[in-house]
Unconditional design. Structure first.
Length: 324
């Protein structure tokens, strides 16, 4: 289970948590402009926009979880189990497998509007990368500094929704998540007044009581509400350090701690990593469950006209430092 969000100060930021029980050896990876992106049904993209994001690399192919390209367009794929539906190959369509979708969008789209045009002719293939990888059931958030959309491929077809909150989690489908926010319209950052009854003397006894009712559990619908409330009311200075720090605090409101979500075989879901991309500058920041310092990789310090992937292994150590 995961959470993705956007944030804007002077620059535009995009990031997500990856909440899961195991790591697949993720790396921060830059795909330069001349790395050949080979697609199963639509040929090869030999030249394209450069992009950076979190991947699992296998057979020299970057399986991206999330990414931002050099034009500032961002995307993340999040679990959408039992709702996602993919199809057989269809003539007259761009037949793209789920694992090809992020490179397909990142390589040739500079804006959300350009991505919308590609989505008009896409067909998501029910085709795994290999027999060793099951088909991931996902939906996606695509964002630039002006707007966000959610893309869901379900049995009834492919739906593209405007995403006015710039947030995505998992189930249920996106329209249900947005409608559910109506149940929380009474939440406030201010101290509440007594609306219960004029016949009772009721008083606020603590700060923060305006947000009583904000869900605190780890379910996907509750995380959607909580990070939307946090993000929509968040304040930050415009400088890079303040903005990045604030973004990590926003996603920190839905971080998952080991022991709080038990799965089968005594495994526990945790926030394996949290990311924050400065989409305007092409910088990918992250921290991991056991490494709390923010680490950054600047795409523009790499040779973006190259032909080979550039990868950085995640810092995951449990170092503790003493000041004396």
């Amino acid at each position: 289970m995961c959470t993705a969000a956007t944030y804007k100060t002077k620059d535009f930021y995009f990031g997500r948590t990856l909440d899961y029980e195991i790591s697949y050896g993720e790396t921060v990876t830059v795909t330069p402009r001349n790395f050949k992106l080979m697609f199963r049904s639509v040929g090869t993209m030999e030249h394209h926009f450069a992009f950076i994001g979190m991947t699992h690399i296998t057979e020299n192919y970057p399986l991206y979880y999330d990414a931002v390209n050099e034009k500032g367009l961002c995307i993340a794929g999040l679990n959408f189990v039992e709702n996602a539906h993919y199809c057989e190959k269809e003539n007259g369509k761009d037949n793209i497998a789920q694992w090809e979708f992020i490179p397909w969008i990142m390589g040739q789209c500079a804006t959300v509007n350009e991505a919308r045009k590609l989505l008009d002719r896409i067909n998501f293939l029910a085709e795994p990368f290999s027999p060793h990888f099951p088909i991931a059931q996902l939906h996606w958030i695509i964002s630039d500094k002006n707007s966000s959309i959610t893309v869901e491929s379900v049995k009834d077809g492919i739906f593209v929704y405007d995403n006015p909150v710039g947030v995505l989690t998992n189930n249920p489908p996106f329209p249900v998540q947005i409608f559910n926010l109506n149940n929380y319209m009474g939440l406030s950052i201010d101290t509440p007044k007594n609306c219960f009854s004029e016949h009772l003397s009721l008083n606020a006894y603590s700060r923060g009581m305006g947000a009583i009712g904000l869900p605190g559990d780890l379910s996907s619908m509750s995380r959607f509400v909580r990070v939307a409330f946090t993000k929509m009311n968040s304040l930050s200075e415009n400088d890079e350090k303040s903005s990045v720090s604030q973004f990590f605090h926003i996603l920190g409101s839905v971080e998952q701690q080991r022991g709080c979500c038990r799965l089968a075989n005594e495994k526990y879901e945790i926030s394996i990593y949290t990311s924050c991309c400065n989409a305007d500058k092409g910088i990918y920041y992250y921290k991991t469950y056991d490494h709390h310092s923010i680490v950054g990789v600047d795409m523009n310090r790499e040779e973006l006209n190259g032909e080979a992937l550039i990868s950085y292994k995640l810092m995951t150590d449990k170092a503790l430092e003493m000041q004396n």
